[in-house]
Ligand binder design. Structure first.
Ligand SMILES: [Fe+2]
Ligand SMILES: [Fe+2]
Length: 244
């Protein structure tokens, strides 16, 4: 079953804990004149997530479907949503649209340039191009400008089935999870490139008030400080700042 929580005004977190993976897969619905869905989750979760969305809006009214990068947890159920929502359009970076969605999507995607805004009525969603952050060539994030919510995909990943919203620390669990993964089969999920740190600093400069995480609790508080702390952790653990 998926759990629905309003984490910011009109922003609903749809959380599905999958025991086999022992992690949450969180989607975010922006309830507005033109409803926006961030991530579709897996194709196999579609019956569950559609039912959860239906507790907030009629899923047939979805207008925009966005996600950070082309992976099944981010966009696996895209075509299922397009089939039930006749006005829905996928939105993606140039690379995401031309390299991935041109073949995968049943409907042509709208290409978003870096900084381009989707106006959904009462909200403005800014697309921030972030190649290889958290990973994949096509990556980008969305920033909701009215209440300053950053939909940050796999950034701050932490496992388990934690509370919907955390107002204390989001960096410590993310650091623990990354440290634990460095020696396991899921290592190397984040490529540390010459652009990684400047990309994270630009995200911090957005001054987010809420960080909407795909895997783990969302965070409300000093989002800029949290992103800058995360940048330090990545530099230390992945960027060779300590010894290696
Ligand atoms: Fe991912
Ligand atoms: Fe993910």
């Amino acid at each position: 079953m998926s759990v629905v929580t309003e984490i910011a005004p009109d922003i609903y977190r749809i959380s599905t804990f999958v025991p086999e993976y022992r992690i949450q897969f969180n989607q975010f619905l922006v309830k507005d004149d033109e409803p926006f869905l961030m991530h579709t989750a897996f194709r196999k979760l579609f019956p569950l997530t559609r039912e959860a969305i239906a507790t907030v809006i009629d899923p047939a009214l979805l207008r925009w479907i966005g996600f950070s990068h082309f992976e099944p947890d981010e966009c696996g159920a895209l075509n299922e949503y397009l089939a039930i929502a006749p006005r829905a359009e996928p939105v993606a970076s140039f690379v995401g649209a031309h390299v991935m969605l041109a073949d995968f999507s049943d409907k042509p995607p709208r290409v978003l340039a870096d900084g381009e805004v989707i106006d959904t009525g009462r909200h403005r969603l800014r697309f921030i191009s972030t190649p290889h952050v958290p990973h994949c060539w096509d990556a980008g994030l969305f920033f909701e400008e009215r209440d300053r919510t950053l939909f940050c995909s796999d950034l701050f990943f932490h496992p388990g089935d934690p509370a919907a919203l955390n107002e204390s620390s989001v960096v410590a669990p993310a650091r623990d999870a990354m440290t634990a993964s460095l020696t396991g089969p899921m290592a190397h999920d984040v490529p540390y490139t010459p652009h990684t740190d400047s990309t994270l600093q630009a995200l911090a400069d957005l001054q987010p008030r809420t960080l909407a995480l795909m895997h783990g609790s969302s965070f409300r508080g000093d989002g800029a400080g949290a992103v800058r702390e995360l940048a330090k952790v990545w530099k230390e653990l992945l960027g060779g700042a300590k010894g290696s």
